[in-house]
Design a protein around this ligand. Structure first.
Ligand SMILES: Nc1nc2c(ncn2[C@@H]2O[C@H](COP(=O)(O)OP(=O)(O)OP(=O)(O)O)[C@@H](O)[C@H]2O)c(=O)[nH]1
Ligand SMILES: [Mg+2]
Length: 334
């Protein structure tokens, strides 16, 4: 029997994030309803989304296919190169097979890669098309949370969606910069210190996108994580974990695991421009299993980011495979 679940949130985006996190990237959206002006969690726009897990048929077929290709690909340097970036052997084997079959056919290659990536890596839109989205960015210090907060809010505002940035727990020096950024983008900006102030600020805003920029939390400091959790828990925001790409894979995954109490429902992957291993974004996204909403590609606000999408991830996969192959051809360590 088809297992159907219902999710309520303030926007289609927030409801989709809930559904994809729980049911997986292939969750099938069966129905979306606007419930009109009803008070949910203190806000008035409510969307109800009915979703089901993807039919078991596709994964079973994919698993069978992948087992044989993975076995025959063991020791394949391209596959090992993708493994080293965190991709599972199954996904890596499928991408390598597609790459070898379609190499040189730019558009066809990218389309085929995108179709396969979409089966493994969830992405989600973040613009608040059907209501309002409260997005909290959490993560280690210096990964680009503040910069990303202003990129998203600035881009939303430029697209006609009223946006606001709230800084939670930022110190004076941190928020001086944020105030300057907010002024430059003509964005409302508020500072809050705790859960009560955050809830008050959220009650007062009418913005359709509110990005809550949190102070960097050391992943190995459980007290810092717990403080952030208690500051956010009452506000029913979509917590999005920001991680920078290109550092040590295991360290980054371990850091992500330490944020588990914050129950992140989405990922923002940052600084893809600062590494020669941006393909690690694919491995992190696959392993963490949370929908990716944006990839950041530089410090400029609001331009340096792309919305996460299967085609964007396919471009990254194609670039990575081409680079791996070039380097292998030159017999230089990757
Ligand atoms: N190259 C590059 N630099 C970035 C990117 N995102 C942010 N930065 C830079 O990284 C530095 C830190 O960015 P912030 O946005 O302040 O990082 P944060 O996570 O808010 O830092 P804390 O608040 O201290 O935890 C700044 O110099 C940004 O300009 C990116 O995608 N690429
Ligand atoms: Mg910051």
């Amino acid at each position: 029997m088809l297992e159907v679940r219902t999710y309520r949130a303030e926007s289609i985006q927030a409801a989709m994030l809930l559904a994809k996190t729980e049911l997986g990237p292939d969750a099938v959206i069966l129905d979306v309803r606007h419930l009109g002006s009803r008070q949910l969690l203190g806000h008035d726009s409510v969307v109800e989304l009915v979703a089901a897990p993807a039919s078991p048929k596709a994964p079973v077929r994919a698993a069978g296919e992948a087992r044989s290709s993975a076995a025959s690909a063991a020791g394949d340097p391209l596959l090992l190169g993708l493994n080293a970036l965190g991709l599972s052997t199954r996904l890596a084997a499928e991408l390598v097979r597609i790459y070898r079959a379609q190499r040189g056919h730019g558009q066809e290659l990218r389309r085929a890669l995108a179709a396969r990536i979409a089966e493994y890596i969830p992405v989600a839109p973040w613009l608040p098309l059907g209501g309002r989205l409260l997005l909290a960015l959490v993560g280690p210090t210096g990964v680009g949370k503040t910069t990303t907060a202003f990129k998203l809010a600035g881009a939303a505002q430029a697209d006609g969606f009223p946006a606001q940035v709230i800084s939670l727990g930022g110190d004076e020096a941190h928020d001086v910069r944020s105030e300057t950024l907010a002024r430059g983008l003509a964005l409302p900006f508020t500072r809050v210190a705790n859960s009560v102030e955050l809830q008050r600020a959220l009650r007062m805003t009418h913005a359709s996108l509110v990005v809550i920029d949190t102070a960097g939390a050391n992943p190995y400091d459980p007290r810092a994580i717990a403080a952030l959790e208690s500051a956010l828990v009452q506000s029913h925001v979509v917590v999005s974990l920001a991680l920078s790409v290109g550092g040590d894979l295991e360290e980054t995954l371990e850091a992500a695991r330490r944020y588990a109490p914050l129950r992140a429902r989405a990922l923002v992957l940052t600084k893809l421009d600062e590494t020669r291993r941006p393909g690690m974004a694919l491995g992190l996204a696959e392993q963490l299993g949370r929908p990716v909403i944006a990839l950041t590609t530089g410090p400029r606000i609001p331009d340096d980011f792309v919305n996460a999408s299967a085609p964007a991830l396919a471009e990254l996969a194609a670039w990575t495979l081409e680079r791996l192959e070039r380097r292998l051809g030159r017999a230089v360590p990757v």
